[in-house]
Design a protein around this ligand. Structure first.
Ligand code: ATP
Ligand code: MG
Length: 214
């Protein structure tokens, strides 16, 4: 499975998402995380800690890719329209993280419009850095996305201070000591599970389709 994480807006949790999904998938099968951001933020992150999965930069990715079952690709913010086409063509699932605020949702709309123009349906939106209740940002953003008929992960990533600490330590959130680390990891686990379950359903449906065809 090849999963790419992208967005037009910066700072919406792309790197955090790519990193934790790679950590989740790597518990099930060999996973490679490709740093496709010229800032090399994942590589910097990886250099600080001891990671259970491998991280490489995009220039050497081809060399490593064949040895892995899953590949997760982190990308830079604001890819050009043409970049987006290449990103969508090159993966099984494009994850679009967004924070639940007006600016990020506006940027997301641009991304989704561009993807629709490209005729790709293999994207799914992930709400990130969702503030705790009684703030209603998460709920309202979810309603707006549902109204627009867009595919959104059921799971969402809540706002926790543990992520910043994890980034500084160069580790995924479940490998650090922080009061909310466990809850933070539960959120990404739920996203990972949703991805895996959907892939299984998709594979089963394709197989059934192929058999019906015979
Ligand atoms: N769920 C969260 N709760 C709290 N802080 C978070 C959460 N997710 C990410 N952060 C923090 O927000 C900041 C931006 O996150 P991240 O680097 O993952 O975003 P990005 O989309 O990759 O940014 P860029 O566009 O610059 O590459 C980081 O400091 C990160 O630790
Ligand atoms: Mg990033």
């Amino acid at each position: 499975m090849i999963i790419t994480v992208a967005s037009f807006k910066g700072g919406v949790g792309k790197t955090t998402t790519a990193f934790h999904i790679a950590a989740y998938l790597n518990e099930q099968a060999k996973t490679l995380l490709i740093d496709g951001d010229p800032n090399r933020s994942v590589l910097g992150w990886a250099a600080r800690g001891e990671l259970p999965f491998k991280v490489v930069d995009e220039r050497s990715a081809a060399m490593h890719a064949r040895q892995y079952d899953h590949i997760v690709i982190d990308t830079e913010a604001r890819p050009e329209y043409e970049d987006l086409k290449a990103l969508a063509d090159g993966c099984d699932l494009l994850i679009l993280p967004t924070t639940p605020d007006a600016l990020a949702l506006d940027a997301l709309k641009l991304t989704v419009d561009a993807l629709k123009k490209l005729g790709t349906a293999k994207f799914k939106i992930l709400l990130t850095v969702v503030p705790p209740r009684p703030e209603k940002d998460g709920e309202e953003a979810r309603e707006a996305l549902a109204e627009a008929g867009l595919p959104v992960f059921k799971a969402e990533i809540r706002r926790f201070s543990a992520y910043k600490k994890a980034a500084l330590s160069g580790l995924p959130v479940h490998k650090i000591k922080a009061s909310n680390a466990k809850e933070a990891w539960e959120d990404y686990k739920a996203v990972g599970k949703e991805i895996v379950d959907e892939q299984v359903q998709f594979a089963t449906a394709s197989k059934a389709g192929a058999i019906a065809h015979i």
